[in-house]
Structures are given as structure tokens and as C-alpha cells.
Write a protein that binds this ligand. Structure first.
Ligand code: SF4
Length: 225
């Protein structure tokens, strides 16, 4: 699996190049993006973040003082805005209560401790926690998402229902724990899933077609997952 994972990385890298994720100006923006990005397209997150930037609210101090109704209005484009406003508030409350609003103090902890703490905050699930860990805190952890699941299943490297931990272990158990590698690898999978290995995959245009059992014979996808 180690070799197969490296070859997949090389093939995707040759196709898409250096991606430099996450597209954000500060670690706090990444945290907000990870929460607001739950169950929505990235373009909707960008609109919500732009609203917060226009209102000059991109610090924990300033955002923490904003009334909840105003927060809901500003993040409305991200969808599920009431639930997400509660989640953002829960994170801000935690950061204020234990770290005096300083992300650097929160992120100074060792990865396992920090992951456990993030997961204890309302609204922070595994994908959100790991996105924060990898992209904001720069810790070497592999972020899994539905693009990862779909790709590995179609490649024949994973079977069964979506399982975050099992999918993550494929990468964490077979690759060096390297922040840059995990950062770039996840970004490559996301861009490939968004552009080519979509729900209805574009196998005829796919760089992986010769090694993918789903696409290598006719180039026409006939199954579903
Ligand atoms: S060949 Fe088709 S199914 Fe396989 S990775 Fe490419 S787009 Fe996805």
C-alpha cells in the first residue's frame, strides 16, 4: 500500500501540481472555514468569510463580541447558518475561556491532546478537527472526506461504508507523518474529486484510468458509489 499511495500521489501531483492549501490569510480564518465548510460547497464558505472580513470581524476578540443574530446573518451564505453560528460560538467560547483568545496557545499542544480537545468542542467532528490540526495548527494528520472515500473505493483500495478512522489509517499507517505531504495529498484528492472523479466520474479524462478498475477498461463508468 505504501508504494501504491506514493504512485497515486505522484500521478495526481503531475496532473495538478503544487496547490498550497488552505486558501486563507490566517489560522483563525482556517478554523472558521473548517466549521463553516461543513456540508456545503466551498464557494458558499468564501461568501460567508467575505462578509466577516467586510465587517472587520476576523479575530476571536471581535467575533466573540458579536451578537448571535448578527453572526447568523453574516454567515448565512454558508447554509445551516443557525447551527453553524452555534458551532462558531462554541469554539470562540472555548478559546476565550481556556486560552485568552490565543490560537497559538491552543495549537502549542501535542497532536493527540489537541485532537481530543478539539473533538470535545460542540460542532467539531473528525474532519473539522483534522482540517484545523493540519491546515491551521500545521500538525501532521491526514484529513479524510467524501472525496477520499469515493476515490479509494473506486480504486478498489477500500470496501464497505464510509468510516473516517479506517480511511485515515490507510494513509497514516502507510506514509511518513509529514505535514507538507499530508497537506498536499489531501488537496490533490479534493481537486481530483471536484473536477474529475465526481459523483458521475469523468473517467475518459482521468489520469488514473489505467490503474483504476472502475475506469480502465472502457473509460465509461457503469457503477455507483
Ligand atoms: S478512472 Fe474514473 S473512477 Fe477511477 S479515479 Fe478516475 S474518474 Fe475516478
Amino acid at each position: 500500500m505504501h508504494r501504491k499511495l506514493l504512485k497515486l500521489y505522484d500521478d495526481l501531483y503531475a496532473e495538478y501540481g503544487e496547490l498550497n492549501w488552505w486558501p486563507a490569510e490566517t489560522p483563525f480564518e482556517i478554523v472558521l472555514g473548517a466549521i463553516l465548510g461543513q456540508a456545503t460547497a466551498w464557494r458558499n464558505v468564501v461568501k460567508a468569510i467575505d462578509n466577516l472580513k467586510s465587517a472587520d470581524l476576523m479575530t476571536p476578540d471581535r467575533l466573540g463580541k458579536l451578537p448571535q443574530g448578527e453572526l447568523e446573518t453574516l454567515i448565512l451564505p454558508s447554509g445551516y447558518y443557525r447551527a453553524k453560528a452555534k458551532k462558531v460560538r462554541a469554539f470562540l467560547t472555548h478559546l476565550q475561556a481556556y486560552y485568552n483568545n490565543r490560537l497559538s496557545l491552543l495549537f502549542a499542544q501535542e497532536l493527540p491532546t489537541l485532537r481530543k480537545e478539539l473533538l470535545s468542542i460542540y460542532g467539531v467532528g473528525e474532519e473539522t478537527a483534522d482540517s484545523i490540526l493540519l491546515y491551521a495548527a500545521k500538525k501532521p494528520i491526514f484529513v479524510v472526506d467524501t472525496y477520499t472515500y469515493r476515490l479509494l473505493k473506486r480504486l478498489g483500495w477500500f470496501s464497505g461504508k464510509y468510516h473516517y478512522g479506517r480511511l485515515q489509517e490507510i494513509f497514516m499507517g502507510n506514509l511518513p507523518h509529514d505535514y507538507q505531504l499530508f497537506n498536499q495529498y489531501h488537496a490533490l484528492i479534493v481537486i481530483h474529486g471536484a473536477r474529475i472523479c465526481q459523483k458521475t466520474p469523468q473517467c475518459e479524462r482521468c489520469v488514473l484510468r489505467t490503474q483504476c478498475p472502475t475506469g480502465n477498461e472502457s473509460g465509461i463508468y457503469q457503477g455507483s458509489c
